[in-house]
Ligand binder design. Structure first.
Ligand code: BG6
Length: 258
């Protein structure tokens, strides 16, 4: 039975990678919509994966925020720091979200669990286009940004558009724009409809989806049947070398529809 399960999962992983057009999918048992421990298993699997793919020496790891990664972070271990210097960085300015799920906090937790280091980007919530421009030149911000743009690893999640529109403290007008454009997915502040068209963008400092193509290791983590359409839509824009860690809940849904 175990061998059959293993072969079954390997087949699902292969089908899913093909359907999403990415290098590799890792599918874990369960449905994280219903079971939090599935998210812990994402974290354990990430720990294992990073342990095999990261080079020795210095690693700059950019991570996004969100409830998924906040929980994933708690499952990393000091093993990752063996022969490595790990520096965790927030992929985007940590604005507009509650403290525990901010990228800054996820970084701090990952650094703490792995005995690595971290840097933070403290930015105010609603910054105007103008202050956004000048803030990028502030030396405390610029030094972190320079590191972010040099990262060799990105770990990010994928959000459900409606949930993220709520959480991002957007104006009514912007939220309406997102609803009217039928956005289903969000990542790095970009909202996509089901065809993968970019329909709305939150102006934020840091990494963008288009930057991922040049980063050596890109790991996306998202699960739960409720995230199936978000994962599918986002992957139309993801670089082909993305590795997705997900669960049966999401993958069954993705493989089911055309
Ligand atoms: C946000 C990230 O913090 O979390 C987004 O900036 C991501 O890029 C989102 O899509 C996902 O959140 P959650 O709570 O669904 O894991």
């Amino acid at each position: 039975k175990l061998l059959a399960d293993f072969q079954g999962t390997a087949l699902i992983e292969q089908q899913l990678s093909q359907k999403l057009g990415i290098a590799r999918c890792i599918v874990l048992p369960g449905n994280s919509d219903k079971q939090y421990r599935v998210i812990d298993s994402f974290g354990q699997r990430l720990n294992q994966l990073l342990g095999t793919i990261l080079p020795n020496g210095k690693n700059l790891i950019a991570v996004t925020g969100g409830s998924t990664l906040a929980r994933v972070a708690r499952n990393l271990s000091p093993i990752l720091s063996k022969n490595r210097d790990l520096l965790f960085l927030p992929a985007r300015g940590g604005v507009g979200e509650s403290v525990i799920i901010q990228a800054n906090s996820v970084c701090a937790e990952m650094a703490n669990r792995t005995h690595g280091q971290h840097r933070a980007l403290y930015l105010p919530e609603d910054i105007s286009e103008r202050s956004f421009e000048s803030l990028q030149k502030e030396s405390s911000i610029k030094s972190v940004l320079d590191l972010i743009y040099k990262c060799n690893v990105v770990v990010h999640s994928i959000g459900t558009a409606s949930v993220m529109a709520e959480r991002r403290n957007l104006s009514d007008v912007d939220r309406l724009k997102i609803t009217n454009s039928q956005a289903v997915a969000e990542a790095f502040g970009d909202f996509f409809d089901q065809n993968g068209q970019l329909v709305y963008k939150v102006p934020r400092i840091g990494l963008h989806v288009r930057d991922l193509a040049n980063i050596e290791h890109v790991v996306a983590i998202a699960g739960g049947a409720s995230k199936a359409s978000a994962i599918k839509a986002y992957m139309k824009n993801a670089p082909a070398h993305t590795v997705l860690i997900t669960d049966e809940g999401a993958s069954k849904m993705i493989l089911r529809d055309n």
